[in-house]
Structures are given as structure tokens and as C-alpha cells.
Design a binder for this molecule. Structure first.
Ligand code: NAI
Length: 333
């Protein structure tokens, strides 16, 4: 039995993690969960934002599934999500966004994979705030090594999954230094992958292109903030935040989590769609080479999308978190 660290998180976190745990149990996935938590709850209960026990558990198990964690806006502690990514050097954030039969959206043929650099850029935590002058600096530190790592990750994925095109997304017309490092890194890495086409787009144009004709793109790579914004945009192309998975991957540790946050507006009401976290958990099973179990659950999930009434409200259905999870279990062969 493989042991996995399970971080339930805040808001809708406990509801959707419970759904995933139940589905995994029904599918007899050979893993056991080691429960840990972080954020406001553990700060109040244990005086620790990220408890030492969580860090030890992730280090030992090397794989974690994580619910969303709330971050105070404009004040308070630094995002736990960002801290975990930096602490374990999870430099690759991989977010597949595909149209799925049964999930209604404006487009039917989107098949994008977004690679977001996960530890640098405007998330470096280099901020200066001058109260007296009412002036602030947020420093977007980007390194060649960081750019090479994320771009190489995207090329490796493209080769392994038979994708033919990679688009680098940037703002090199204005952010010339960061843009140069990022684009130079792209040129360097691309030489090792002659069978894959690489091009680039400026972020603002990219957003327009994606909402008009998303089907023309394949793999996108961006620095941290652009990747963060693009991934919510891409989620909107394929059914919304309730369905898009994500993986934070480093050389030693991988933490799988949905793209969405703790959704305080629907927390505790049983309304959350567990699909995004479930799909993240399926990425985790593939990462662990448990492909048969992943396929079994994915087939049941895809069958459930075709049962309109079983869907949660965000997808126009009448179901809730628990009934949706039960429908997935019922569809398992
Ligand atoms: P959010 O992603 O939590 O919610 C945005 C909208 O999408 C809301 O209307 C919400 O109800 C809906 N939504 C999200 N997930 C859903 C699901 N599974 N099923 C149905 N509807 C869903 O974004 P928001 O409100 O900006 O952030 C809330 C908190 O989450 C903040 O504290 C933020 O910092 C944190 N956050 C945490 C993340 C993480 O843990 N990785 C990622 C993004 C935000």
C-alpha cells in the first residue's frame, strides 16, 4: 500500500476530499491516506501555519493530494500554497484543460495543457511597502534556470504525450529583461526537440486568441502570474473551475491539487463539484504508475458527465457533492 499525504484544506476542501476518498475506496485503489492540514485552522489550533508534521509527511511520502487553502487578501500570512510550492521546489505547475462530452461550454474542441512556472516571478515574495510614501514594489524575479526547468518540463511532456506544438506566453515587449531570459531559455531547450514546433505570443493577444479560437493552441508555457491568470481563463473554456485539475511537480515531491480555491461562497453547503480534485487525484495515480485504477475511475467519471441530472449545479445539474461522487461510484465497472 502506497502512503499519500492528504491535506483537506479550507472552505470546500473537506467536502471534495471526502468525495475523492470515497471514490478511491470504491475503486480499491491500493493507497492509504495520511491526514495533515495547514493554514488558518492549524495556525489557530497548533500555532503553526504549516505544521512540521505536514512537512515531514510530504518529505517521507513524496506525493500529496491537497484541497484548496484560503489566503487572506492584502494582509496576513503569505499563501500556504505558494510556500509549499517553494519549500519543495515544485517548479512545474501542469494544468490540462480539455473539452469533455457532457460538460457544456462555449467550445467543444479545446485540448490545452498549461505549464505555469510555479516558484518565481511575482510570487517570489520580494515586496517593499512604504506606508509613509504610500508606495509599493513587487519584484518579479525570474532566473534562466527556472525558465529552462519549466520549458523543458513542457517539452518532455509534449514528447511523451505526442503533442506537436508549444507556445511560450510572455510580455517581452514591455518586461524586456524577464522576457529575454524566458524566450532565450525557450530557444535553448527547443534545440533538443526538433520534432516539436515552438512559437510565442504576447499575453494580451494570447488571452484574446484563447477566447476566440482556443482550438488552435496545444501546450502553453508561462511565467508564474501569467500562468495563474491563463489557467482560470482556460478553465472557463472547458466548463469552469469545478472541472480543471492541476499538479505541482518537482524533482522529488509532487503535490496534486485543483486549480480552484476554497470557494467560500459555496463552502459547507455540499454544492461543490469534486471533479477538479478527482481529476487531480487521477493525475496523481498516473504519476504513481497506477494507470489501471486511474482509467477505471476516469471511465466512470466520463460516464457520469453524460447523466445530466447527476451533475453539480455549476455544470447545470441537480446533484450535490455527495450524490455526484455516488454516481461516479455507481458507474464503476
Ligand atoms: P475560487 O476558485 O475559490 O472560486 C471562484 C468561483 O468558482 C466561486 O464562485 C466558486 O464558488 C467557484 N468554484 C470554485 N471551485 C468550485 C467547485 N469545485 N465547484 C463549484 N464551484 C466552484 O476563487 P476565489 O474565490 O478567488 O478564492 C477563494 C480563496 O481560495 C482565496 O483565499 C484564495 O486565495 C484561495 N485560493 C486557493 C488556491 C489553492 O489552494 N491552490 C487557488 C486559488 C485560490
Amino acid at each position: 500500500m502506497k502512503k499519500i499525504t492528504l491535506i483537506e484544506g479550507d472552505g470546500i476542501g473537506p467536502e471534495i476530499t471526502k468525495a475523492v476518498v470515497n471514490i478511491f475506496e470504491a475503486a480499491k485503489v491500493p493507497i492509504t491516506w495520511e491526514y495533515e492540514n495547514a493554514g488558518q485552522t492549524t495556525l489557530e489550533e497548533k500555532g503553526e501555519l504549516i505544521p512540521d508534521s505536514l512537512i515531514a509527511s510530504v518529505k517521507k511520502n513524496q506525493v500529496a493530494l491537497k484541497g484548496p487553502i484560503t489566503t487572506p487578501v492584502g494582509k496576513g500570512f503569505k499563501s500556504v500554497n505558494v510556500q509549499l510550492r517553494q519549500m519543495f521546489d515544485l517548479y512545474q505547475n501542469v494544468r490540462p484543460c480539455c473539452s469533455t462530452p457532457g460538460i457544456q461550454s462555449r467550445f467543444e474542441n479545446v485540448n490545452l495543457v498549461l505549464f505555469r512556472e510555479n516558484t518565481e516571478g511575482l510570487y517570489s515574495g520580494l515586496e517593499l511597502y512604504d506606508e509613509r510614501l504610500q508606495m509599493a514594489d513587487s519584484i518579479a524575479r525570474v532566473t534562466k534556470k527556472g525558465c529552462i526547468n519549466i520549458i523543458r518540463g513542457a517539452f518532455k511532456y509534449a514528447r511523451a504525450h505526442d503533442h506537436k506544438r508549444i507556445t511560450l506566453v510572455h510580455k517581452a515587449n514591455i518586461l524586456k529583461s524577464i522576457g529575454k531570459i524566458f524566450l532565450d531559455a525557450g530557444q535553448e531547450v527547443a534545440q533538443d526537440y526538433p520534432e516539436i514546433t515552438m512559437d510565442d505570443r504576447i499575453i494580451d493577444n494570447m488571452c484574446m486568441q484563447l477566447v476566440m479560437r482556443p482550438e488552435q493552441y496545444d501546450i502553453l508555457v508561462a511565467t508564474n502570474l501569467f500562468g495563474d491568470i491563463l489557467s482560470d481563463l482556460c478553465a472557463g473554456l472547458v466548463g469552469g473551475l469545478g472541472v480543471v485539475a492541476g499538479a505541482n511537480i518537482g524533482d522529488e515531491v509532487a503535490i496534486f491539487e485543483a486549480v480552484h480555491g476554497s470557494a467560500p461562497d459555496i463552502a459547507g453547503k455540499g454544492l461543490a463539484n469534486p471533479t477538479a480534485l478527482l481529476r487531480s487525484a487521477l493525475m496523481m495515480l498516473n504519476h504513481l504508475e497506477m494507470r489501471d485504477h486511474a482509467k477505471k475511475i476516469e471511465d466512470a467519471l466520463n460516464a457520469t458527465f453524460l447523466q445530466k441530472d447527476a451533475l453539480t449545479a455549476d455544470l447545470g445539474g441537480k446533484g450535490n457533492t455527495d450524490s455526484f461522487a455516488q454516481a461516479v461510484i455507481n458507474n464503476m465497472k
